[in-house]
Design a protein. Structure first.
Lengths: 341, 218
């Protein structure tokens, strides 16, 4: 929870990781390239006092995670997004089981999202069922650019992906986080294309599709899809840190999102350990659309900030929000779900 | 006689990142140019995992631009520090690949981004003109009287995208936007422009971090 100027904000961090990107866990130059690429994002967009060395960044202890998220950070609940990348990292980058173990050690703090890969076929469907039995997954994080042998990626609209989404629906796994990244083949494919999210969101109206990084670098395509599909949401991980280095650009992104999606379908995420929730939340609460842009984009109200920082995610994940931190009127978005937790 | 280094740089300034709609020389993607006397150009990108299809297009376009200089002879364009460097550098000399960058599988992808760049340029032009003009009837020639730079930018992108139209603002087929459709069209065009500008800024920042560069210019 964060308090500023007499207002309180319940914080659900929709995108966090506890990874092992250390050289000992890297299989090949791709794993090394991956963690270095993350570190460049971290270094480029973090305030100086929050920068880590590559070595610190490759692997950090559990105490540091807890400290950064909950002690100095303002997260009430953090969602751990599983990212396997087992072609690049010996034990995976961060698997459901690894995330689940931390969550069990710190009850009430973490939500664990699993993952599936449609290229795993029938066996993968059973595996997903077992994962769900063991960890009661409220969601999954999908990385369509993940390599697997000769395949360099997949699409949500693939027939096998539909089989897995049907399975999610049957199991009650309703939150589908989608992350796009560069794939290799075929060369004529735009790997960041979000069109397959449109197909899947239409085919599965009972699932929610949270597009990570608000579709960047395809913000416009993401916004377009989200206006057509009420079950598409935007995760702000990667967009948030522009608050520090390029606040006017952040104003444009958040302005576009509020225009196309409205304030009920945008979710905060730090992408920890790439960035830390402490400074992101502080700067977000202090942030306002610059005066000269307000004619175009309006203002970011305290209510919108409260929804984006936690209340929207709490609604999707059935997280109980303490009464004084909630707002009476969720403001015309999808009706709040009946609490099952 | 071989071209000079300055001539090679000038030729490279005509090569754009298709996705960011900016010259690779402005983006800092040209790491080095050597004329000794064989021309060798090294390109670098903001991340190890930048989309390989765009990387390929830039390598192919850079080769075409420099090879077109008088006396250039054999030209080598090398992509550094990329997960697909080996494949792309080898393919640049492989007859199996269409090294002029007009491979039909890639040209359709390129066209998508040329159209986006055209849309964004028109939105920038509209911002220079609005709210004083009736944009749906205005010609590009008229627009150029009020906003010459922005209109020229539209014209460049329009020709690159293969769109023929006399209108200041038109859709991908070259047709004018009727007044009732124009505001909505421009509103979406703004999102396209925000996306392209933001990506360019992010990519430039990442490149600076990756190679320890100090920021030059604004």
């Amino acid at each position: 929870m964060y308090r500023k100027d007499g207002r309180s904000y319940f914080v659900v961090d929709g995108h966090t990781h506890f990874w092992d990107g250390s050289p000992a866990n890297q299989i090949n130059r791709y794993g090394e390239g991956f963690i270095k690429c993350f570190h460049d994002y971290h270094s480029n967009l973090s305030p100086d006092e929050y920068k880590w060395t590559l070595e610190e960044f490759e692997r950090y202890p559990e105490e540091r995670l807890l400290h950064d998220l909950f002690e100095v950070g303002y997260d009430d609940v953090a969602i751990l997004q599983s990212t396997y990348l087992t072609d690049w990292f010996v034990n995976g980058f961060n698997t459901t089981a690894q995330n689940g173990e931390i969550a069990e050690r710190h009850p009430g703090r973490f939500i664990v999202n699993g993952r599936f890969d449609p290229r795993d076929g029938e066996a993968g469907l059973e595996h997903l069922e077992r994962l769900h039995e063991r960890w009661q997954l409220p969601g999954v994080k999908l990385y369509t650019a993940e390599w697997k042998g000769d395949s360099k990626g997949w699409k949500l609209s693939d027939p096998w992906a539909y089989r897995y989404l049907e399975k999610c629906e049957a199991l009650g796994i309703r939150n589908i986080h989608v992350h796009k990244g560069p794939t290799v083949y075929p060369m004529n494919r735009d790997a960041f294309d979000v069109a397959d999210v449109d197909d899947a969101a239409t085919a599965f109206p009972g699932l929610r599709f949270i597009v990570e990084h608000v579709g960047l670098p395809r913000l416009e395509d993401f916004c377009w899809i989200a206006t057509q599909e009420p079950n598409v949401y935007g995760g702000l991980a990667v967009a948030m840190p522009f608050l520090h280095s390029r606040p006017r650009y952040f104003a444009q992104i958040i302005g576009e999102l509020l225009y196309w999606l409205g304030e009920n379908r945008v979710l905060f995420g730090s992408d920890y350990a790439i960035w830390q929730p402490k400074w992101l939340v502080e700067k977000f609460v202090d942030f306002q659309i610059p005066q000269d842009m307000q004619a175009e984009y309006g203002v970011l109200t305290p209510t919108a900030k409260r929804k984006i920082l936690g209340l929207n995610a709490a609604r999707l994940y059935d997280i109980k929000v303490p009464g004084e931190l909630d707002i009476a009127d969720p403001g015309g978005g999808p009706a709040p779900e009946a609490a099952t937790a | 006689m071989s071209p000079t280094s300055a001539e090679v740089w000038a030729a490279l300034s005509g090569v754009c990142d298709p996705e960011l709609d900016r010259p690779i020389t402005d983006l800092g993607f040209v790491a080095s140019v050597q004329v000794t006397p064989v021309v060798r150009v090294e390109l670098r990108l903001p991340t190890y995992f930048c989309a390989p299809n765009f990387a390929w297009l830039m390598v192919a376009d850079a080769r075409d631009a420099v090879s077109g200089l008088p006396g250039a002879g054999p030209v080598s364009v090398v992509l550094l520090d990329h997960f697909a460097s080996d494949e792309i550098n080898a393919a640049a000399f492989d007859a199996a690949f269409d090294t002029d960058g007009t491979d039909p599988t890639l040209s359709s992808l390129r066209l998508i981004f040329e159209r986006k760049a055209h849309v964004a340029a028109q939105e920038r032009l509209a911002r220079c003109l609005a709210p004083y003009h009736d944009l749906s009837a205005m010609t590009l020639a008229d627009a150029a009287r009020f906003a010459p730079d922005a209109a020229a930018a539209v014209a460049r992108r329009r020709s690159r995208a293969g769109i023929a139209s006399a209108f200041a603002v038109c859709d991908d087929t070259g047709a004018a936007l009727p007044p009732e459709k124009l505001p909505g069209w421009l509103r979406f065009a703004r999102t396209v422009r925000v996306s392209i500008d933001g990506n360019a800024a992010l990519c430039r920042g990442l490149l600076e971090t990756r190679y320890g560069l100090t920021r030059a210019g604004p």
